[in-house]
Design a protein around this ligand. Structure first.
Ligand code: SF4
Length: 321
């Protein structure tokens, strides 16, 4: 597989009056063509800011202060805003968390999907052709009776159907990369499973790579080949999904895995990770997980936390020094 995306030492900070939030602080990972990467971690770990940095959509007062993002060999951070606009929605598309707020309530869904296609169509677009494509896309994501529903408005669809429409919009230009940011958070568990199945199917149909951002390890296991576990703005463990699920090395990954129900283990109670994520303005020194880590020792407070590498597997933890 060839490389699609390379993120190196990415740093995205938010400059607030109270101080600087290092939301993404030296994040590196790769994504190959056709591959699915899961980025997991609790709220505030920097997952969404990583995605927004790749899209170059970091809101004020945030700013990418350092690092490199290479997409198909091009350095995204050196492109003009015009060049970036051509990439967004066509080569990289994003599915946002909340389908209820992502669709525009005053336009019918056919128009909204059609607009996404039209924006990236070369020359004068022919609306009847676009309409055919809209119908085929919406049918492809499982909207029933599409011809009858194409002029319906978002409020006439269920939450699951709205997310299907959003996913349809995201694949409408056959992008190389789909970033799905918590795409199932606002949906019930049955619909969650259907949406993940849909993403799997579309990945195979269109050959797109997927970056799934979630706090749910179960969803990552369903869809992804690789996983990057983030904690307080840093990737603490990264590697092949099977390997990490079978033998997680970082204590945080181990605890995250204890928190999900598994059919291969018999447990009376599911765990929750004790403590709270650190204050983003003044995170603890050294390993940022040390106040919550059951194995923490004095040396976990030093600045240069050991990074263990074995082929594609990376763990940042003093236990492996
Ligand atoms: Fe725990 Fe220390 Fe490893 Fe951090 S470096 S995860 S505190 S053992």
């Amino acid at each position: 597989m060839s490389r699609l995306l390379e993120v190196r030492d990415l740093k995205t900070y938010f400059f607030l009056r109270k101080g600087v939030v290092k939301a993404v602080d030296g994040v590196s990972f790769d994504l190959d063509k056709g591959e699915a990467l899961g980025i997991v971690g609790e709220s505030g770990s920097g997952k969404t800011v990583t995605a927004l940095s790749i899209m170059r959509l970091v809101p004020y007062p945030g700013r990418i202060v350092d690092g490199e993002i290479k997409f198909k060999g091009r350095d995204l951070l050196s492109l003009s805003e015009d060049e970036m606009r051509k990439i967004r929605g066509k080569e990289i598309s994003m599915i946002f968390q909340d389908p209820h707020n992502s669709l525009n309530p005053v336009y019918n869904v056919g128009w909204q999907v059609g607009e996404a296609i039209e924006l990236h169509t070369e020359g004068k677009p022919i609306w009847s052709r676009i309409l055919d494509k809209v119908i085929s896309i919406l049918r492809g994501v499982g909207i029933p009776k599409v011809e009858e529903r194409i002029y319906d408005y978002p409020h006439q669809f269920s939450g699951g159907q709205k997310q299907r429409i959003m996913i349809g919009m995201s694949v409408s230009n056959n992008p190389d990369l789909i970033i799905a940011d918590e795409p199932t958070t606002a949906l019930d568990v049955t619909i969650q499973a259907q949406i993940i199945d849909l993403l799997k199917e579309l990945r195979h149909r269109y050959g797109s790579s997927i970056m799934l951002i979630t706090h749910n390890m179960g969803l990552v296991a369903e869809l992804c080949d690789r996983i990057a576990v983030m904690y307080s703005g840093k990737v603490v463990e990264y590697g092949d999904i099977n390997r990490i699920f079978e033998e997680p090395l970082h204590p945080y990954t181990q605890l995250l895995l204890e928190c999900i129900p598994r059919t291969d283990r018999d447990v009376d109670r599911l765990m929750s990770i004790p403590g709270e994520p650190p204050d983003p303005i003044s995170p603890p020194r050294g390993c940022r997980f040390h106040p919550r880590c059951p194995y923490a020792k004095d040396w976990c407070r030093r600045d240069d936390i050991y990074v263990y590498r074995d082929n594609d597997h990376m763990v940042s933890c003093e236990l492996y020094r």
